[in-house]
Write a protein that binds this ligand. Sequence first.
Ligand SMILES: [Zn+2]
Length: 102
Amino acid sequence: MIGMPVQCDNCKGGFHIDLQHRRLDDSVEETYFTCPYCQTEYPSFYTNTAVREKQRSINQLRERYNGLKNPEKRDSLQERIEREQVEVSVMMTELEMKYKSN
Ligand SMILES: [Zn+2]
C-alpha cells in the first residue's frame, strides 16, 4: 500500500499515498491521506476499538493457520478467518457511513 501512486481528483497532481491517522472520537480512528499540492483530504477507512481488536485476532488466527499441518483443522480455521473478515468489513462499512460525511 505504501508508495502506491495516485492522482488527485481535485488538482490532477500525481503523488504517492502517505497514510495518516487521526482520532475522531473516543475510540474511532480515521485513516486518510492528503494531496501534497492542494491539501485535499481523502478518507481511506475507519476503525474503532472493536475493529482493531478483531483485526488483531484475525492476524493471530492467520499465524496459527500458517503453522497448522492438519488439513481438516486448516479448513475449519480458514472458515473462521473468512467469517471474521466479513464481520470486520461490515463493521468498517458501518463506521464509514457514520463518519465519512462529517
Ligand atoms: Zn490535489
